[in-house]
Ligand binder design. Structure first.
Ligand code: AP5
Length: 209
């Protein structure tokens, strides 16, 4: 099963992907996570994208498409994958159609106010990537991950200014993908407003599970 998770920043794509990995036993491929890991490791790719990802703008299509194309050539995606955060532009979607067969595009729908509330409170474990929230999902020990005791931090692009920019970029460049995939009969809508467990139930139902 080859899936795309589509939706605005903070829709819960990463959170749901973690659950979908367990359900379908396929890897989660997040272009945002790959870019952040490259930045943290100081690789040439990381140095190139650092300022872009921290400001909330998009990395250029050529770089992003090459990255995903290479990732999808690896052995572990044979049985399927979840693409989270890719494609994000029509040229990316057109390029993807040339080297991958997508079964379903899951569109997580959530209003802007919820996005701002979720992202300004989001915290992430630097070690294992587990997701927390200052209000909705606090780690048991402040600043430390429940799972691995790694340091819990706030992403540079989770400032209110960057979140507003990401929402605008989403509207201008990514939201047109909803129509693109609906026309191709691949789109499944999931209401991402309720609590995580309910969104997970909505997702399972939409996938016929
Ligand atoms: P990326 O990492 O993909 O960021 P994003 O799309 O903005 O998505 P987020 O990770 O912010 O949100 P999410 O939907 O995964 O929500 P989450 O589950 O974490 O991209 C980062 C940057 O990389 C981009 O801005 C760009 O620069 C670059 N990039 C990446 N892909 C690219 C591409 N294809 N082309 C060009 N550039 C690219 O949840 C958010 C918070 O809400 C968490 O705290 C969570 O606990 C909480 N939460 C989740 N669900 C719920 C719920 N139902 N109720 C309450 N709280 C919830």
């Amino acid at each position: 099963m080859n899936l795309i998770f589509l939706g605005p920043p903070g829709a819960g794509k990463g959170t749901l992907a973690a659950k979908a990995v367990e359900l379908f036993k396929i890897p989660h491929i997040s272009t945002g996570s790959i870019f952040r890991a490259a930045r943290d490791a100081g690789t040439p790719l990381g140095l190139k994208v650092k300022a872009i990802i921290e400001s909330g703008k998009l990395v250029d299509d050529e770089t992003t498409i090459a990255l995903v194309r290479e990732r999808l050539s690896q052995e572990d995606v044979r049985a399927g994958y979840i693409l989270d955060g890719f494609p994000r532009t029509i040229p990316q979607a057109e390029a993807l159609a040339g080297f991958a067969r997508i079964d379903r595009v899951v569109n997580f729908d959530v209003p802007d106010e919820a996005v701002v509330e979720r992202l300004t409170g989001r915290q992430i474990c630097r070690n294992c990537g587990a997701n927390y929230h200052r209000v909705f999902k606090k780690p048991r020990q402040e600043g430390r991950c429940d799972a691995c005791e790694g340091e819990v931090y706030t992403r540079a692009d989770d400032s209110e200014e960057a979140i507003r920019r990401r929402l605008q970029v989403y509207r201008d460049q990514t939201a047109p993908l909803i129509g693109f995939y609906r026309e191709r009969g691949l789109l499944v809508d999931v209401d991402a407003r309720p609590a995580v467990e309910q969104v997970a139930a909505n997702f399972k139902k939409a996938m016929g599970r």
